[in-house]
Design a protein around this ligand. Structure first.
Ligand code: PMP
Length: 516
């Protein structure tokens, strides 16, 4: 990769008669109308560095043909899966190792989406695999009607990662199931019914959690939302209010404001909207409030820094409990803290988790206080697979691996670096409206232009997205209008990987602008 940097520097120097060994550009022309910007970009958009190396070689794929898989997908699978192959030319994956994936033809991809923010420590991480193998040789399954060590070892370990009084753990199989359970517990504990979530949120796909999910693409035309109300999402980029130091991120929005240090007018306005929701849309006593610390499917949407602190107070005054959905933000992803809520300086009454908890193994959890757990003990809550020996052994190894591999710190370091590099592209291209997030929970919101902040069209998003994939990087998409690229990789990616992605993204956006 560094060879490419010096090659490009030399190329610029040759064209201008100057020579600089520095990889930063000094406004040189490279023919074809493209400009070598005066900036800290390491690569010209027309050149691409080599993909960072990987010592693992994939096995030769000898399985079913691509055509065979597509035929079965079309005829025998949920028809919606035909709509969400994600790419015009789908990716047929075969093997993975850490931040790398290989398709059935042996092409390697840098995975910056981690199976939707799930593979926290890396694909097939050797330590997690070894823990799973050990448990598989001992006992795969029994339920929690018996006492088995892996459940208890894991509950002790997970509880030690959470502050008091969040110490009672319920293990489930998925995030939807965890949130479903959290709704039930909140209603039973408070004796109230109404739940509040943000517009644009995603909290699950079961009939009950669909009510919390405030994105029409995931809603069916049946009565799922009984007792669920959406408050305005305090989105400081797309929402009606936002400024230049509202959020907890190395990168602020392009919006200007005249707020004094420590005072955020956008926050006041959004809290005003929440009060309006309390006054108009729910009874005076509510069951609870669900929020992610950074809205994941919404496209890494961040709120004003003190919003959640004030919102929690208002919810508790109305008898409600506060639930932090850490399905995407937990397990060190935000870098500064192990849990996203810690970045908002709040302690929830309940935390729900899934995805990264098992690095891809199906497990989820609700963690709550002894008091709320006591209210839930009125009937027997049984879950066949929740807390199975295998799930607990895997999840336990994931916690050890996050610590041993220093992944929270890596998320902070690489994430801050990547956010900073991406913000340079935002300053360069009119269609990159916002770069935001913390650690490795990153959103890049695309717009028609910065003045209108209108979402970039689905066709344009698709074209850029497909090109990024063709250049060997997998990222995600989100946002209510599908306008935001999501970068939520395994937490083990390196700065070299980040550099490679920035070069790919630069080339994809530059190419789109050129063709436009
Ligand atoms: N909460 C959040 C924040 C999520 O992103 C998701 C899944 N995308 C869920 C809950 C539901 O998790 P699952 O798909 O495991 O049911």
């Amino acid at each position: 990769m560094y060879k490419v940097v010096s090659y490009l520097s030399a190329r610029c120097a040759l064209l201008t008669g100057q020579y600089s060994s520095s990889p930063s550009w000094a406004s040189f022309h490279l023919g074809s109308g493209a400009v070598c910007q005066k900036s800290a970009f390491k690569y010209h958009p027309q050149d691409l560095p080599e993909m960072p190396s990987c010592r693992v070689k994939p096995e030769e794929y000898k399985g079913m043909s691509k055509e065979g898989m597509m035929k079965i997908r079309k005829e025998k699978c949920n028809p919606m899966t035909m709509k969400i192959t994600y790419y015009k030319r789908p990716v047929f994956l075969h093997q993975g190792y850490m931040q790398w994936l290989w398709d059935v033809d042996g092409k390697r991809y840098l995975d910056l989406f981690a199976g939707v923010a799930t593979v926290a420590v890396g694909h097939c991480h050797p330590n997690v695999r070894a823990a799973a193998e050990r448990q598989m040789n001992t006992l795969w399954h029994t339920t929690n009607i018996y006492v088995h060590p892996s459940l208890h070892e894991y509950c002790e370990k997970l509880a030690s990662c959470l502050p008091d009084p969040l110490k009672v753990i319920y293990l489930t199989n998925s995030g939807s199931e965890a949130n479903d359970l959290a709704i039930l517990m909140a209603r039973l504990h408070t004796g109230n019914f109404d739940m509040i979530t943000f517009g644009g949120s995603y909290h699950g796909g079961t009939q009950q959690t669909m009510g919390l999910t405030a994105n029409s693409s995931y809603r069916y035309p049946i009565a799922t939302s009984s007792g669920c109300t959406n408050a305005m999402c305090p989105d400081v980029f797309r929402g009606p209010w936002g400024g230049s130091h509202c959020r907890d991120s190395p990168v602020q929005t392009i919006r200007e404001c005249s707020c004094a240090q420590g005072h955020c007018m956008a926050n006041e306005q959004y809290i005003g909207q929440l009060k309006e929701t309390f006054a108009t849309s729910v009874p005076s006593r509510i069951a609870g409030f669900f929020a992610e610390p950074i809205q994941g499917m919404g496209g890494a949407v961040q709120y004003p820094k003190t919003y959640l602190r004030e919102a929690y107070k208002l919810v508790r005054e109305r008898g409600g409990i506060c639930v932090s959905d850490e399905v995407q933000t937990g397990f060190g992803r935000t870098g500064s803290h192990f849990w996203g809520f810690q970045g908002h300086d709040v302690t929830p009454d309940m935390v729900t988790m899934a995805k990264g908890i098992g690095n891809g193994f199906p497990i989820g959890a609700v963690v709550t206080t002894p008091e709320i757990a006591a209210s839930f003990a009125k009937a027997y809550h049984f879950n066949t697979f929740g807390g199975s020996p295998l799930a607990c052994a895997v999840a336990s190894s994931v916690l050890d691996t996050i610590r041993e591999d220093g992944l929270q710190q890596n998320s902070l370091n690489v994430g801050t670096y990547l956010l900073t590099e991406l913000s340079k592209l935002r300053n360069k291209y009119e269609i990159i409206g916002d770069v935001r997030g913390k650690g490795l929970q990153i959103g890049v919101e695309m717009v028609k232009d910065k003045a209108s902040r209108e979402p970039l069209s689905a066709d344009a998003m698709g074209e850029i997205f497909e090109n990024i994939k063709d250049m060997g990087v997998l990222i995600g998409k989100g946002g209510v209008y599908g306008q935001t690229f999501r970068i939520q990789p395994p937490l083990c990616i390196t700065k070299e990987d980040a550099d490679f992605f920035v070069a790919v993204f630069n080339k994809a956006v530059h190419g789109y602008m050129d063709r436009k």
